[in-house]
Design a protein around this ligand. Structure first.
Ligand code: HEM
Length: 183
């Protein structure tokens, strides 16, 4: 597992990704400026600026078992593919009830009950993903989830997101904003 890398997502008037939409799924939304820049890996904290900046750090996995790790490694593709001109940034916060669970109970909700990993695997390699952790940084969200895909996989990404939102795991989500981008 590579060392943790810190990234910042800065929204403002200009940036590599155009912001096509921002939708509050649960809880409070974010301001909707024109563009987003993904900055990192960072060695010093990001300069303030833009309409909002969210920070997250890559980390080791918490829940995947050996077989899932191998399936993910065999099928996933990296970020930055030229054909992947659509992206989604979905910041998520989970409730105190989630954080009060023990590790084995969280795994049971995420996978044995909600099949998050099994469902997600169905959408690889079309959807490339990266999970950033923010809770430890004192940020407003616990996670920043980032996805990249080609326009022809946009409908399939919608199905993935709606399947996950129907799952038991999402009952623990108390803030979620869905930001769609293109470049
Ligand atoms: C966590 C896979 C799509 C939100 C995870 C983990 C895996 C995974 C393996 C666990 C990481 C660990 O062990 O720590 C996938 C795959 C997807 C996908 C293969 C297919 C593209 C999504 C989508 C969302 C999402 C669309 C948001 C709408 C999250 C969140 C976590 C997570 C918030 C952290 C959960 C926690 O630690 O409590 N995902 N996922 N994932 N995923 Fe997904």
């Amino acid at each position: 597992m590579p060392a943790p890398l810190q990234f910042a997502f800065r929204a403002g008037p200009s940036g590599t990704w155009r912001i096509d939409s921002i939708k509050a799924v649960t809880g409070e939304s974010l301001a909707a400026p024109a563009a987003l820049e993904v900055i990192g890996p960072l060695t010093v904290p990001p300069e303030a600026g833009g309409d909002w900046t969210l920070r997250g750090v890559t980390s080791n996995t918490r829940y995947t078992n050996r077989s899932e790790v191998e399936q993910l490694e065999a099928t996933q593709e990296g970020l930055g593919r030229p054909q992947a001109t659509r992206a989604a940034l979905i910041p998520i916060r989970k409730s105190e009830a989630w954080w009060s669970l023990a590790q084995d109970e969280r795994r049971a909700v995420l996978e044995e009950t909600s099949h998050h990993i099994a469902i997600g695997l169905e959408y690889l390699p079309a959807i490339a993903r990266r999970l950033y952790h923010s809770r430890e940084l004192g940020e407003p969200f616990d996670f920043l989830t980032w996805f990249e895909f080609a326009p022809e996989h946009a409908a399939s990404f919608e199905r993935l997101v709606s399947r996950l939102r129907e799952s038991a795991e999402w009952r623990y989500v108390d803030r979620e904003v869905d930001i769609r981008l293109s470049r």
